[in-house]
Structure formats: structure tokens, C-alpha cells
Design a protein around this ligand. Structure first.
Ligand SMILES: NC(=O)c1ccc[n+]([C@@H]2O[C@H](COP(=O)([O-])OP(=O)(O)OC[C@H]3O[C@@H](n4cnc5c(N)ncnc54)[C@H](O)[C@@H]3O)[C@@H](O)[C@H]2O)c1
Length: 396
């Protein structure tokens, strides 16, 4: 009888012991193949709470932790402005892998640099867009790839919060659903309504009896401060991504979203049907309206666009929930399991730095379009965070 092969253990350190760091430290303490050796935070109470909870060493300085511990993996859970510098610091200190929170950076120059340095040094970089491995998105992508919606024409999505912290999930998820196509050009607009809560005053006037989704309300309150995770934010943003495969993706964030919908809500519209993901938390949250459901007919060939099939003609039936495979175990823990194989067996990770970079460039281009008031053809030439440039010029 042969004993099961021992799983190689990756010595891991984590920086940033706030909400997300606490969660990841918990996962890393129990995941096979990882040994959480130390944590770091500049804020003593957070550092103490997480280091004591897991009985691991505590550092106030990231460089010192890297030099002393010589870890295999660094998990980066600090605020957005520190993701790129800390990824680069860890790569230069000789780690084998960096598990970095989203968004990967706060400007294009940093994002390109962190990917370049990791590639050059053979460091595996993952950016935590964990919805990419969620069972609902995997099933949605299977349906799309199998032609279940015909030819995809349009995607519409929305979420509360700012485009950098919340829109990044939206863009990443939609690009994943469409097979990670290239982006041809983008257009965007944004505003900062710091004193007026448009959500509360206007949206609720429109949707009179709408119950407030606490997750969306909390995020919207955070962006109302004008500053979040170490950088300036807008309170509302809108973008169009024209993909090279002909699909268009339109999204609204913050107070420009439809308040009647939940966080991370998107619809994929094809010539023979459509999929609707109705947010993160609803169960079920994935619905299909196809030829059987009879929601939409393809009018594209005739050039008249989409048209609903009336119920009397056998169409416009209700949305049907999609069965989600219980096989697909997503989540951040699932992502870390994949990361173990990425580091030790060179298996590509679905949330790699290279993959994240494409969505990030589109996102930065939305800001740049808002700054310049015109569409941006990629590749993006602006290295800085365009919102900072706007604010310096007294705009937004
Ligand atoms: N993937 C997701 O779904 C998801 C969800 C929530 C948050 N996030 C991301 O996780 C990150 C952290 O979010 P959070 O809500 O935990 O934030 P947080 O503010 O609660 O935690 C950040 C921590 O970093 C620490 N820190 C700041 N500067 C430091 C330094 N120089 N050295 C060491 N520690 C330092 C802070 O003291 C704080 O404890 C953000 O980038 C956010 O975008 C991702």
C-alpha cells in the first residue's frame, strides 16, 4: 500500500491584515500546501489580531519580513496603491509567487512594470479576481462557448463602488465570459458628486419602494469620501469597451448604476438568447432566456436589431435559472489551490498577471477617455492614473 504523496509546502507571508488580509490569513492557515509563517501590517491592532489568531510572527515592515523569512509566496492584501510596489519588492526579494489583491495597480506604468519584473524573474503573479473561477461564471462561459446564445453582440453590466476597486471585477468577469478577447477602443465618463448622494436622493426617488442592497449602499458610502484604498475615486463612472471580436461591453458603476439591480449584475446578449447574472448573492443568480425561454429573437440578419418574441407566438417566456455544477469549487481558497500547482507544476493560473493586465489597461483607458473627452484606441499611452491628472488640473 502506498501512502499518499506528501504535498510540498510553500512558506507564505501575508502583508495587510485588514478585512481581506484577515480572511486570506485564515484560508492560508488551513489550506494544504501552504504554511503561513508571518504577517505584516503597519497598524499594530490589525497586526496583533491576525498574528495572534494564527500564532505566526508579526512584522511592521514588509522589507524586513521578506529578508528575514525568505518566503516562497507573498500574499498582498494592503490598499490598492501598495499592490504594485509590494509585488515588485517581493519579486526582487526572490519569492516564487505573489498573490496580489485587485486592482493590480493604480496606474498603467506600475501595472506593466509588475508584470514585466515578475515575468523576467520567473515569479508567478496572480491578481485576485476570484469570480473568474466561480461556478456561475464557469457555467455561463460554457453556455456561451457552446453557442447557447448564438453570436454574442452586447454585454451590459453594473455595480456600486468605484471603477478601480469594483469595476475591475466587472471588466475582468465579462472579459472572462467572452474568452478574454482583445479590446479595440474604449470610451468613458465619470463624475465626483461628493456632497450629494445621488443614490439616496435620486435613485430612491425613481425606485420608490426599492429595498436598499446593504452591500451596494456601503460601497457607495465609501466612494462618497472621494478617497478609497489610498487613491482618489469617482462616485459614478460609465464605460464602453469595443472588443476586437465585434462584441460591445457597456457598464455603469457607482451612482450611475441601476439601483434596482444587485452588485456585479450583468447580461450577455446574443442573437439567439441571453444570460443574466443577477448579482453575487442571489440564489440562483444565473438565468437564461433563449429560444426555449423565448425571450429574444435574432433580428440581426435583417438589420433591425433585437426584438422580443411576443408570448402569443411562443416567446417572451420567463427567465429560466441555470443549473450550476456543484463540481466547480471557486473562491479564493480554490484559487490558492490552483496557485500551488502554478508554482510547483507550472500550470497556468486563470487569474495571472498577464490576464489581469488586459482588463486593467481597458479600465485605465476608460478614465483617460473621461479625462480627454474622446474615445481611446488601445494601447493606452497614459502611464499615470488619469483621475489624478484630472484632479491636478482642477477637473472632476
Ligand atoms: N477580491 C475581492 O473581492 C476583494 C474584496 C475586498 C477587498 N479587496 C482588496 O483587498 C485590499 C485590502 O482591502 P481591505 O478591505 O482589507 O482594506 P483594509 O484597509 O481593511 O486593510 C489594509 C491593511 O493594510 C495595512 N497597511 C497599510 N499600509 C501598510 C504598509 N505600508 N505595510 C503594511 N501594512 C500596511 C493597513 O494598516 C490595513 O490593516 C484592497 O486592495 C481591496 O481592493 C478585494
Amino acid at each position: 500500500m502506498s501512502a499518499a504523496a506528501a504535498v510540498a509546502t510553500l512558506k507564505t507571508v501575508l502583508v495587510g491584515c485588514g478585512g481581506m488580509g484577515k480572511h486570506q490569513a485564515q484560508l492560508l492557515s488551513s489550506l494544504e500546501g501552504y504554511k503561513l509563517a508571518a504577517v505584516c501590517d503597519a497598524y499594530e491592532p490589525n497586526l496583533k489580531a491576525v498574528s495572534e489568531a494564527h500564532g505566526v510572527k508579526a512584522y511592521k515592515d514588509f522589507a524586513e519580513m521578506l529578508a528575514t523569512e525568505r518566503p516562497d509566496v507573498a500574499a498582498i492584501c494592503t490598499q490598492n496603491t501598495l499592490h504594485a510596489p509590494m509585488t515588485i519588492q517581493a519579486a526582487q526579494a526572490g519569492v516564487r509567487g505573489v498573490y496580489c489583491e485587485k486592482p493590480m495597480a493604480t496606474n498603467m506604468a506600475d501595472a506593466r512594470e509588475m508584470v514585466r519584473i515578475c515575468r523576467e524573474r520567473g515569479v508567478k503573479l496572480v491578481v485576485n479576481h476570484q469570480r473568474r473561477i466561480g461556478a456561475d461564471l464557469l457555467e455561463a462561459r460554457r453556455i456561451i462557448e457552446a453557442g447557447g446564445l448564438g453570436e454574442i453582440k452586447l454585454v451590459r453590466g453594473q455595480c456600486a463602488g468605484d471603477m478601480l476597486s469594483d469595476g475591475t471585477h466587472l471588466i475582468d468577469s465579462v472579459l472572462f465570459l467572452l474568452g478574454d478577447p482583445e479590446v479595440a477602443w474604449v470610451s468613458g465618463m465619470l463624475h465626483r458628486e461628493l456632497d450629494v448622494d445621488l443614490l439616496a436622493k435620486e435613485q430612491r426617488r425613481v425606485f420608490k419602494d426599492l429595498p436598499v442592497d446593504p452591500e451596494q449602499a456601503r460601497k457607495q458610502k465609501e466612494v462618497q469620501a472621494g478617497q478609497r484604498y489610498g487613491h482618489a475615486v469617482e462616485t459614478g463612472g460609465f464605460g464602453i469597451l469595443q472588443l476586437k471580436n465585434g462584441v460591445r461591453f457597456e457598464f455603469a458603476c457607482g451612482d450611475l448604476r441601476d439601483a434596482a439591480r444587485a452588485y456585479q449584475d450583468y447580461e450577455v446578449i446574443g442573437t439567439r438568447g441571453r444570460l443574466w447574472r443577477t448579482g453575487d448573492r442571489a440564489k440562483p443568480n444565473l438565468f437564461i432566456g433563449d429560444a426555449r425561454g423565448g425571450t429574444w429573437d435574432a433580428g440581426m440578419e435583417s438589420g433591425i436589431g433585437f426584438k422580443p418574441v411576443p408570448v402569443k407566438d411562443g416567446g417572451a417566456g420567463p427567465w429560466r435559472p441555470v443549473d450550476i455544477s456543484p463540481e466547480d469549487k471557486g473562491g479564493i481558497d480554490g484559487s490558492y489551490r490552483k496557485f500551488h500547482k502554478t508554482i510547483l507544476e507550472d500550470v497556468p493560473h486563470p487569474m495571472s498577471g498577464e490576464v489581469a493586465l488586459r482588463g486593467f489597461e481597458a479600465l485605465m483607458a476608460v478614465y483617460e477617455s473621461a479625462r480627454l473627452g474622446r474615445p481611446i484606441i488601445l494601447p493606452l499611452k497614459q502611464d499615470r492614473f488619469p483621475l489624478d491628472v484630472m484632479l491636478e488640473a482642477g477637473r472632476a
